[in-house]
Design a protein around this ligand. Structure first.
Ligand code: OAD
Length: 238
């Protein structure tokens, strides 16, 4: 095993307070494209940039186009958790991992068996009415046609945080507390470009911050250990 992965393994072996903070790169090995890689979502050709389509004002103004994008790009049928998701769930069962904090909206951590998952940006597996607030069928939203509507006539929307919308206060506070109190903080598969989420890692107080990401990030100098490898491959060895 390579030295850097061995170092991470040793930290995990000796800790019962590991916290994981992740992003889209955790799910690429499951077949979901990330946002900012060369072949990521934001570099694919589309009429508007994804940041625009995934914004509150765009959703309100143009739900048809939003849903075309949503069903074609965000909903990927048959995806399964990969080694990283599965190993994180196992670490939680072993009492070593306290929480998975994710920017992902795909529900794969829960599918892998993780229980304490803090979804900073929500989930496309949940939907509610943008008018009356009632919970609605995600099935209809993800696999139906046209703009899904509630019985009240309102547009059904995904329970995700769109650009221009605030993060949930409770989820944010809990995420910050886990990070603040963590012994080992593993950050994985995220470009750390999107705020406020990326800024939460600044609350970490310890000296065992590991950054596992294919490409470099602006936090590489800040981490105690940097591993530029595929996260599934790294987790298969720890
Ligand atoms: P990004 O696409 O910005 O970053 C993903 C990172 O994962 C990149 O730096 C890749 O190099 C890396 N990566 C890809 N595959 C990997 C692998 N197998 N192993 C390790 N690293 C890998 O995605 P996020 O940082 O998650 O927001 O983006 C944050 C937010 O931007 C998302 O939650 C989404 C998006 O707009 C909303 O939907 C609100």
């Amino acid at each position: 095993m390579e030295k850097d992965i061995q170092q991470l393994k040793t930290w995990i072996d000796h800790s019962d307070n590991v916290v994981f903070f992740g992003g889209a790169g955790v799910s690429t090995e499951s077949g979901i494209p990330d946002f900012r890689s060369v072949d990521g979502l934001y570099n694919q050709k589309w009429k508007y940039p994804p940041e625009t389509i995934l914004s509150h004002s765009f959703f309100t103004r143009n739900p048809e186009e939003y849903y075309r994008f949503h069903r074609e790009k965000l909903v990927i049928e048959g995806v399964r958790p990969n080694t990283a998701h599965l190993r994180l769930a196992e670490l939680e069962r072993q009492g070593k991992l306290k929480a998975v904090i994710t920017q992902n909206i795909d529900g794969l951590h829960q599918l892998a068996g993780s229980k304490n998952v803090l979804e900073l940006h929500g989930s496309i597996l949940r939907a509610y009415c943008s008018r009356c607030g009632k919970k609605c069928s995600a099935e209809l939203m993800n696999y139906g046609e046209g703009v899904p509507r509630c019985e009240c006539g309102g547009v059904i929307r995904p329970d995700i945080v769109l650009y221009e919308e605030p993060l949930d206060n409770d989820v944010m506070t809990r995420a910050i507390n886990y990070i603040r109190n963590a012994d080992v903080l593993i950050i994985g598969g995220t470009s750390l470009n999107v705020y406020p989420a990326a800024g939460f890692i600044n609350y970490y107080n310890g000296d065992k911050m590991a950054l596992v990401n294919l490409s470099s990030t602006s936090y590489d100098n800040y981490a105690d250990l940097v591993i530029h490898k595929k996260i599934g491959e790294v987790f298969s060895q720890i």
